[in-house]
Ligand binder design. Structure first.
Ligand code: ATP
Ligand code: MG
Length: 643
């Protein structure tokens, strides 16, 4: 049996080192670490170039030239965003410099030493014949000098050794002072997050896939959690959850960093939601209005237009001083590429960042993606005092990624095999959305999480969790989608618990009767097939309802301004459209709005500025329609017959 109290201190040098010198060095380190019983093992590793490295008590003391070069390279990499001003003005030049710097530095990768077959980190036996090499006087003097002059702590790393590694999860021994969620470095390109802290080992989930990771390798603590770049430099970019660009447009030039896990704003730092965030989709802005700082869930089966709603909302934020962050979790690359192309084509990338952890990314990347997006939004909200909209598409895949990680870490599975803290996972993410008070700058973060259901089952585990965390939900239905009612919003099941307070007065006025009429229509709709046997009043209610549903239809990428929405809904409520055929309703309304815009009517601006729908405006609309409708119908009929 090995003596558990006996520590092995490995002294690795670039050139042969005398045994007594190695003893002296080990002795000093043992003193620092309060190690009483130890044995020294000397090793030779010319790849250190010069100097030495000592492994003792779970720490690595690096006094080697290779270590120094690595640190210099690391520092250069970290600070490369600070370039002279004139290169900033020339993006091409700056990109060239960055790329060359990357090439030049790629040779320096922090590669932890290859382990010995019988290497034991903290205690254990010595190999029988520890071969002691002769040394040169000068070398030792220099080493001693290095050692005695060594004061900075940056070269002392707390290290651990991989006991087992599979499916992206490494069980590491050592790392005794490791903290929860700390970033662990395996090599210069491979990092992991410490998720399970046990008495004598740590479960680390690797962020990158790397075939070179295997049992016996060393890793080290970084003393920090995951941070992502923040600020406006990210706008217009597509980045991975660590903030590294994946759009081929060069590095993100910013010094701002923000931790991916950050406490939610406290209650005194907040104010009630009081400003609306218009989605441009009539059904949402009228019936489930969203306020800045609100969390509104978009929920529905697959292929029901969930992403389409989110993208339309982003497109509608043009010129509204709202920055957008779209987080794509576990989606196909091709889907996300088409989203990015659409945003670009609509000029929405100017104020948008896309965070992508695709289906092929590791589960850990998918797990941190929403937190990374949230951190980027937070940096804009707190530091730039801006209004931000963040979309998590979707949290079902996020929960599944976390479930995969948890099962690999052997945490006990609960309902639907999800771990017990799955609710906390989403609650701590969505609680970070806020409307900050003026003292804090008055910024806001509005969140639109998306959840996918299985055949409309909103009582499954993840949907019920997220419904209870958010301030309302927009429920999309396959049946409506396929019957042509798009966006396929189920008006009865969709609610917004706080947005009403932020709704513009004119919209509030027209939306009130709309809700009642739609409810009446729903209760009567099933009778519509017996229309000939119904009394005149009921028939009219059904007819109005059908026309209201028609007004709520909207094609993709065609967000409407609030004023336009108000006028459309006003006309629908008035029953003006009853004489029109269903399929004529949208063309007529669009033509009429075009006419109003052409006349430069003042009340359109008034409504948008938060004014009421004044009596004068109402009269103007009424007389306008009374005159225009017959003309339009006549023209249309004529066109129809000659066609
Ligand atoms: P998934 O579950 O695959 O993520 P999804 O619910 O996000 O799907 P989308 O990808 O947004 O659904 O939309 C599905 C399809 O429906 C797309 O082809 C989209 O073009 C179409 N679509 C969505 N909204 C509308 C709309 N308002 N009008 C017409 N077509 C629409
Ligand atoms: Mg989608």
């Amino acid at each position: 049996m090995n003596d558990p109290a006996l520590h092995i201190i490995r002294v690795i040098s670039a050139a042969p080192l005398a045994a007594e010198k190695a003893e002296a060095i080990a002795g000093r380190i043992a003193e620092q670490l309060a190690i009483e019983h130890f044995q020294v093992r000397t090793e030779l590793d010319p790849s250190l170039i010069g100097g030495l490295m000592v492994f003792a008590g779970g720490f690595r003391y690096d006094y080697s030239i290779r270590g120094q070069l690595n640190r210099i390279a690391g520092r250069l990499k970290a600070h490369r965003s600070i370039l002279p001003d004139d290169t900033m003005a020339q993006p091409e030049l700056s990109r060239l410099i960055h790329n060359n710097l990357d090439d030049a530095l790629s040779g320096f990768s922090e590669c932890p030493l290859a382990p010995e077959a019988d290497d034991i980190l903290l205690s254990g036996s010595l190999p029988e014949d520890a071969d002691i090499q002769p040394s040169s006087r000068r070398m030792v003097d220099r080493l001693q000098e290095t050692l005695s002059s060594f004061t900075t702590e940056s070269t002392v790393d707390e290290i651990g050794q991989i006991v087992s590694y599979s499916d992206g999860v490494a069980i590491v021994r050592g790392l005794q002072n490791c903290r929860s969620n700390e970033l662990i470095m395996f090599s210069s390109t491979v990092y992991g997050i410490a998720m399970n802290l046990e008495e004598d080992k740590v479960g680390v989930v690797l962020l990158q896939q790397d075939d070179s990771i295997n049992a016996g390798m060393y890793c080290k603590r970084t003393g920090t959690t995951v941070h992502v770049p923040g600020g406006k430099a990210l706008l217009g970019r597509v980045v991975d959850p660590l903030g590294s660009p994946i759009d081929g447009l060069g590095p993100v030039l910013t010094e701002q960093r923000w931790p991916i896990e950050y406490p939610a704003a406290s209650i005194v730092d907040r104010q009630p939601v009081n400003q609306s965030l218009h989605t441009g989709i009539t059904a949402i802005d009228a019936l489930t209005p969203i306020g800045r700082g609100q969390r509104e869930l978009i929920i529905g089966d697959r292929q029901t237009g969930k992403t389409a709603l989110a993208i339309d909302t982003i497109i509608n934020q043009r010129g509204q001083n709202v920055y957008c962050i779209y987080v794509a979790i576990g989606q196909k690359m091709s889907t996300v590429a088409s989203v990015v192309n659409t945003l670009q084509a609509k000029g929405a990338m100017d104020y948008t960042t896309v965070v992508l952890a695709s289906a092929s990314a590791t589960a850990s990347m998918q797990y941190i993606a929403p937190y990374a997006g949230c951190a980027m939004a937070e940096s804009l909200m707190y530091q730039e005092k801006a209004d931000v909209l963040v979309i998590y598409d979707d949290l079902t895949k996020h929960a599944q990624a976390y479930r995969a990680i948890s099962l690999l870490l052997r945490r006990p599975p609960g309902r639907e095999a999800f771990p017990g803290d799955i609710f906390y996972l989403h609650a701590r993410l969505l609680e970070r959305s806020a409307r900050l008070c003026e003292r804090m700058g008055g910024g806001s973060m509005t969140a639109l999480p998306i959840v996918e259901t299985q055949s409309g089952d909103i009582s499954a585990y993840i949907p019920t969790n997220v419904i209870s965390i958010t301030d309302g939900q927009i429920y999309l239905e396959s049946e409506l989608f396929f019957s042509g009612q798009r966006p396929a919003i189920n008006v009865g099941l969709s609610v917004s618990r706080v947005g009403g307070a932020a709704q513009l007065p004119a919209m509030k006025k027209v939306a009130g009767p709309l809700r009642i009429k739609l409810a009446q229509y729903r209760s009567l709709a099933s009778f519509s097939q017996f229309s000939s046997e119904l009394d005149e009043d009921t028939r009219r209610q059904i007819k109005t309802g059908e026309r209201l549903m028609e007004v709520l239809k909207q094609p993709q990428y065609m967000p409407l301004s609030v004023a336009d929405q108000v006028i459309m809904l006003y006309l629908a409520n008035r029953g003006v459209l009853v004489d029109l055929d269903i399929e004529d309703i949208r063309p007529f309304l669009l033509d009429y709005l075009r006419l109003l815009h052409g006349r430069g009517t003042a009340f359109l601006d008034e409504i948008a500025a938060g004014g009421q729908l004044s009596e004068k405006a109402v009269a103007e609309i009424d007389t306008g329609v009374a005159e225009y409708l017959p003309r339009w119908m006549a023209e249309h009929e004529e066109y129809g017959t000659t066609d």
